[in-house]
Write a protein of this length. Structure first.
Length: 445
């Protein structure tokens, strides 16, 4: 490995010893940008990689709230303002018990590269809390969101930092967060949060954007390799925002989605997943996925087993980080998978990705393939600034064009460095070159 990159990587491992996910995300990027760094000896003197891997600001705060039974509970809130190099910090909020500093930093770091790939003027950030919205009443969710925003509002603004949703934060939570922000600031700053409800500044097609974008990227990737989605069997992990709309678009392109899951188990329906039923369970009833069997008794529900044991042509991990490991990758490959599309952030472990690539499997990397959500968030911000609403078709068409451009950036960068169809490296290189250029131009900050 390039000696400068190796030195930085070792320093990062030492300094962040308790942050395995962050180290993993940095390692993945640094090992793939080597051919670019080799051509730029000047980076070392200006500590370009050190600056790119150190957040500009990391904020943690106390979030107390009162439960319905009168008990006060304290959670920890985070906002990582990682990079404002090419625009205001931008990235979602995650409410999940697993949230910690490592996960926040890995997500914030990935976000910088993802946002650069969209071609839009947005920097990278991420935030959230170790609060678990599952099983909480609406009032508890509202009180928690209000408490969270009471602190977060000091640090955000439509030209400073613009959070959105992520795991556990959907339209309901964004609504409560937005209401509290507006109340404290006493100003209508429509663009301070994205993923808003349609009646108060949200964008049509934002809800669908990450899942749709993933499938647009997959379509381009398959096309470029003389293949298509038509008639393919697809397994999707998760049954949340990304998974549901990836399923919808894949079905529209003639693919057959045969399995989806939540964190408790998976549903395998050989006749093809009934998405309306999944939407009812997850978006409306906020129930567990096994309820699918109430309507479809012929489907199989399996607990405590990997969804990746199911034979498929295309695997779409859309749940969470490191949900697909080397063993899963080996099973998928032996079952004849042809392509993997990362809807979630860093869902494949590093050795799983390497195994796919070594076996000629097409991999659509998260930074590129799931960038449709944040790109559409940026379109939501534009609409808020213009005091204007675009139609669903207008937004969807822009999203499609953006995903085509992102795919082409990954493909062109991979070709330029003789990396064949390694779009993982292509995505990292394309994003890194843009960021490095901006960093050099802006001096030592
Ligand atoms: P949601 O909260 O809407 O859904 C997450 C889904 O994944 C749920 O069905 C959840 O099940 C399931 N899940 C979580 N952990 C596990 C696990 N360990 N094993 C199996 N299933 C699991 O989140 P999103 O769909 O918004 O986000 C999913 C991923 O996509 C995340 O990595 C996120 O960072 C990424 N992403 C999201 C974007 C967006 O626009 N929403 C944009 C770009 C990336 P359960 O309900 O049981 O917990």
């Amino acid at each position: 490995m390039n000696s400068y990159l190796e030195k930085v990587l070792n320093e990062i491992r030492e300094k962040n010893i308790n942050e395995p996910e962050f180290i993993q995300a940095v390692e993945e990027v640094l090992t793939t940008i080597e051919p670019v760094v080799n051509k730029h000896n000047e980076y070392e003197k200006i500590a370009l990689i050190e600056r790119m891997t150190e957040p500009e600001r990391l904020i943690t705060f106390r979030v107390p709230y009162v439960k319905d039974d009168g008990q006060t509970v304290v959670h920890r809130g985070y906002r990582v303002q990682f990079s404002s190099l090419i625009g205001p910090y931008k990235g979602g909020l995650r409410f999940h018990p697993s949230v910690n500093q490592s996960i926040m930093k890995f997500l914030g770091f990935e976000q910088i590269f993802k946002n650069a790939l969209t071609g839009l003027p947005i920097g990278g950030g991420k935030g959230g809390s170790d609060f678990d919205p599952k099983g909480k009443s609406d009032n508890e969710i509202m009180r928690f969101c209000q408490s969270f925003m009471t602190e977060l509002q000091r640090h955000i603004g439509q030209d400073i930092d613009v959070p959105a949703g992520d795991i556990g934060v959907g339209e309901r939570e964004i609504g409560y967060l937005f209401g509290q922000y507006k109340r404290i600031k006493d100003t209508y700053e429509g663009g301070v949060l994205t993923g808003k409800g349609l009646s108060y500044g949200g964008s049509l097609a934002r809800k669908e954007a990450t899942g749709y974008g993933l499938i647009y990227f997959m379509r381009e990737m398959l096309n470029a390799n003389n293949n298509s989605l038509e008639g393919k069997t697809v397994v999707i992990s998760g049954a949340g925002n990304v998974a549901i709309y990836a399923c919808q678009k894949a079905q529209q392109y003639g693919a057959k989605v045969i399995a989806m899951c939540d964190s408790k188990g998976y549903i395998y329906d050989k006749n093809g997943i009934d998405l309306d039923c999944i939407k009812q369970i997850k978006e409306i009833d906020r129930e567990r996925i096994y309820k699918y069997k109430d309507k479809h008794p012929e489907a199989e529900y399996v607990e405590n087993s990997s969804i990746w044991n199911i034979k498929c042509d295309i695997a779409l991990p859309c749940a969470t980080q490191n949900e697909l490991n080397l063993n899963d990758a080996q099973i998928l490959v032996s079952n004849g998978v042809i392509a993997v599309g990362e809807g979630a952030n860093m869902p494949c472990t590093k050795d799983a990705t390497e195994y796919f690539l070594a076996n000629g499997i097409l991999v659509a990397p998260a930074k590129a393939a799931n960038a449709g959500g944040v790109a559409t968030s940026a379109i939501e911000m534009s609409q808020n600034s213009m005091r204007y609403y675009m139609t669903f078709d207008e937004v969807n068409q822009k999203l499609d064009n953006i995903m085509v451009n992102i795919f082409n950036s990954c493909k062109n960068a991979a070709e330029e460095y003789n990396l064949g169809n390694n779009y993982v490296a292509g995505a990292n290189i394309a994003a890194f070159r843009k960021l490095a250029k901006a960093m050099k131009a802006q001096g030592i900050v």
